[in-house]
Design a protein around this ligand. Structure first.
Ligand code: UDP
Length: 460
């Protein structure tokens, strides 16, 4: 009780101190930044979110936050995340002056000096000189794993070792980075190699210029990478645990959820459903899409499949499926356009997650004890998938193959066979370790307090 009171007083004391957040408005980056805002708010800080017009966050879900919109200068044809690296580079070109004006206005209204710092997505590399000119400390949030970040940081070495541009003939070769094959190097095939390289160099520089780095991950998932980042970066690092364990990712969704999938899941038996989703950005070819569809059908297993509008190149939605595709399955399948993913993964009917292994999806699945079928398509997804299959041993890696027989076989391995049960057990072990870290006294819980202390130290 005394401890609770002390904590309550500590939280009270910070009231009035404000943290500015500058998220990158892409679903997988926005979710963790707004969750971090919730964590800091619950620690007593007031929150202002500076955001681009592009993908404006759903303010109604954050009545306690203030929002400040800046013009992003994007042409209508540029305002989408289909070419994500190009988008990030473009935003870093167009948002400098609007950010400077926003900070000038917000800081001029802060007559009592309550604003402690600015927390940016580390991909906003233009921020550092601007914030410096206002003497405003900058902390970076990196929204993916530490181990994939370290692979990006190794790009200059990989380049000097002759890996770039990546050659088709070397894909199966092992690199000097533990566990990593050449095909796992995080490339983004909607951008040129030079663009990805320039993005990476800027992102890593931005991380080093920050007063601290905050991670959305768990120590249990970063056994080798966390000590490495502590050794190789001079600034403090804070692992707060998967944020979705504290505040759900569903609140910051940019798309409307179709909740009919939850009532449908309620009718299914435990661990019987494969949940299939490839995140908010990647697009697949029509041929690959049809292989996914027939692989699912041929597996004989029940599935819930998220197909986003425009996720299939050259199609509006899933109109290229044969007529009555779902009806002919006799209740064995369901398709939705977007779902409350965290709630789906927590549902007892879900026995496996076929994922592109974006970091949020990876964290959500592992933190809820669900094993994976991994088909990475771009960027850090390649590294995350390698970790899920080869390090955590909590998933089957499809090794880039969209072929119906391989898919059907992999689904059966995961949902029906003993191998799948073992992966489920390992995912559940990781879930428990993560929950232990997040309990009072656990490392993630302590890191939250330490981060709050650091932010308070900026206000003295
Ligand atoms: N998501 C969701 N509903 C869906 C599919 C995805 O709310 O139907 C959320 C998911 O919970 C995750 C985010 O979208 O938080 C996707 O982020 P991730 O890093 O996995 O992939 P990205 O979209 O960046 O490729």
């Amino acid at each position: 009780m005394e401890l609770e009171n002390a904590r309550e007083n500590y939280v009270q004391r910070k009231k009035g101190k404000r943290v500015l957040l500058f998220p990158l408005s892409i679903q997988g980056h926005l979710n963790p930044m707004l969750q971090l805002g919730d964590i800091l708010y619950s620690n007593g800080f007031d929150i202002t979110v500076i955001h681009t017009k592009f993908n404006t966050p759903n303010k109604a879900n954050y009545p306690n936050f203030s929002f400040h919109s800046i013009p992003d200068g994007l042409l209508p044809s540029e305002a989408n995340a289909d070419r994500v690296i190009r988008l990030i580079i473009r935003l870093n070109h167009t948002c400098g002056n609007p950010l400077r004006e926003a900070l000038s206005k917000i800081l001029s209204q802060d007559t009592e000096g309550n604003i402690a710092c600015l927390i940016i997505d580390v991909d906003w590399w233009i921020t550092h000189p601007i914030a410096d000119s206002f003497n405003l400390p900058v902390i970076s949030l990196r929204t993916s794993s530490i181990f994939s970040f370290l692979v990006f940081a190794a790009f200059p070495t990989l380049r000097s070792q002759g890996y770039f541009p990546i050659q088709e003939s070397r894909l199966e070769e092992r690199t000097e980075i533990p566990y990593l094959k050449v095909k796992d190097i995080p490339m983004i095939y909607t951008s040129t190699y030079e663009e990805v390289y320039a993005f990476t160099v800027n992102m890593i520089k931005s991380s080093r210029l920050s007063k601290a780095i905050v991670w959305n991950t768990a120590e249990a998932l970063e056994e080798e990478s966390y000590p490495q980042v502590l050794r190789e970066w001079d600034n403090p690092q804070y692992i707060l645990g998967p944020y979705m364990k504290l505040f759900p990712s569903t609140t910051s969704s940019l798309l409307q959820h179709d909740r009919s999938c939850i009532t449908w899941l309620d009718e299914q038996s435990p661990n019987s459903v494969l949940y299939v989703s490839f995140g908010s950005i990647v697009q697949i070819q029509q041929r690959e899409f049809l292989e996914v569809a027939w692989g699912l059908v041929n597996s004989g297993q029940t599935f819930l499949w998220v197909i986003r509008q425009n996720a299939i190149i050259g199609a509006e939605w899933h109109e290229i499926l044969p007529d009555n595709f779902i009806e002919n399955l006799g209740g064995r399948g369901k398709i939705v356009g977007w779902c409350p993913q965290q709630e789906v993964l927590a549902h007892p009917a879900v026995g496996g997650f076929w994922s592109h292994c974006g970091w949020n999806s990876t964290l959500e699945g592992i933190s809820l004890g669900v094993p994976f079928l991994c088909t990475p398509m771009q960027g850090d997804q390649f590294v995350d998938s390698r970790y899920v299959s080869d390090v955590y041993k909590a998933g089957v890696h499809l090794e880039g193959k969209f072929e119906r027989t391989e898919i059907a076989r992999a689904v059966q391995r995961l949902l029906v066979e003993k191998e799948g049960d073992e992966m489920r057990k390992r995912a559940k072990d990781l879930k428990e370790k993560i929950e232990f870290e997040m309990k009072p006294g656990g490392s993630a819980h302590r890191a939250q307090e330490e981060l709050a202390n650091l932010i308070m130290s900026f206000t003295k």
